[in-house]
Design a binder for this molecule. Structure first.
Ligand SMILES: Nc1ncnc2c1ncn2[C@@H]1O[C@H](COP(=O)(O)OP(=O)(O)OP(=O)(O)O)[C@@H](O)[C@H]1O
Ligand SMILES: [Mg+2]
Length: 241
């Protein structure tokens, strides 16, 4: 059964005279425990799709089904519960608060969503343990490497037990080794037997994408299942390597 189902999603920007149709009927799904990589040329609408799934932007038509919630066309103000309890975000530039320790960065996010502060600290520490950073809980972002900062951001995103993580180029600012570590962590989180989450990850790196459970390619406003060749723009039936 799918955790997330996206059906016939369409979205354009601009006025009638100056219209840019970006998503032209997106159909895709994500199972519980699945890590899916989303690739596609710059400007094709990957972030737009994530924003609609994350309840930050309404589409023009189509539907999002996430567990028991149905939305997609609703205004962001009508999907507060989706943003608060269902979807976690991970960004290219981490978005951590500079003056707060790793623990407080994670705990604050929990407190904002209504968790009492003592309980928030406990859950934040457990989340840092899950990303192997409990020994750095007292460090501020400046005292952490890029890869460690991204792991704090991942801890923050998973601390609230949200079933879906949306990661927009999460390794874009990391060196190759740290990027590979983040991907390995994503796999562990998705394939956890007790408490699996699902991750939809935008990446421009075909090497990382090929390590996901599945890869989707966005082109001309649609999404197609993909293999490594089509991501590179090599047509099927072309030269063998
Ligand atoms: N709020 C907006 N108003 C007008 N146009 C927008 C808006 N948001 C996105 N667009 C346009 O929609 C298209 C898709 O943008 P989007 O950011 O989703 O692309 P992307 O696939 O994430 O690209 P990249 O790989 O560079 O991050 C682009 O042409 C962009 O300029
Ligand atoms: Mg983008």
């Amino acid at each position: 059964m799918s955790l997330l189902q996206v059906t016939d999603l369409e979205k354009g920007f601009g006025s009638v005279l100056n219209r840019l149709e970006v998503l032209k009927g997106i159909n895709m799904n994500l199972k519980r425990g699945e890590l899916v990589a989303l690739m596609g040329p710059s400007g094709c609408g990957k972030s737009t799709l994530l924003n609609i799934i994350g309840g930050l932007l309404p589409a023009d038509s189509g539907e999002i089904d996430l567990e028991s919630r149905k939305y997609g066309l609703k205004n962001p103000s009508a999907v507060v519960d989706v943003r608060r309890t269902m979807v976690g975000w991970i960004f290219q530039d981490f978005h951590l608060l500079d003056h707060l320790s790793a623990l407080d960065n994670v705990a604050l996010a929990l407190e904002i969503s209504g968790v009492p502060s003592k309980e928030a600290d406990k859950r934040a520490l457990a989340a840092l343990e899950r990303v192997n950073l409990s020994d750095r809980a007292d460090h501020i972002p400046d005292q952490l490497s890029g890869g460690q900062q991204q792991r704090v951001a991942i801890a923050r995103a998973i601390a609230g037990n949200r079933p879906l993580l949306l990661a927009d180029e999460p390794t874009g600012n990391l060196d190759i080794a740290s990027g590979a570590e983040v991907l390995q962590l994503f796999k562990e989180l998705c394939h956890d037997e007790e408490n699996p989450i699902s991750i939809l990850m935008v990446t421009h790196d075909p090497d990382l994408a090929s390590k996901a459970d599945r890869m989707l390619l966005m082109r001309e406003g649609k999404v197609a299942a993909s293999d490594i060749r089509s991501a590179w723009g090599i047509e099927a039936g072309g030269e063998e390597e």
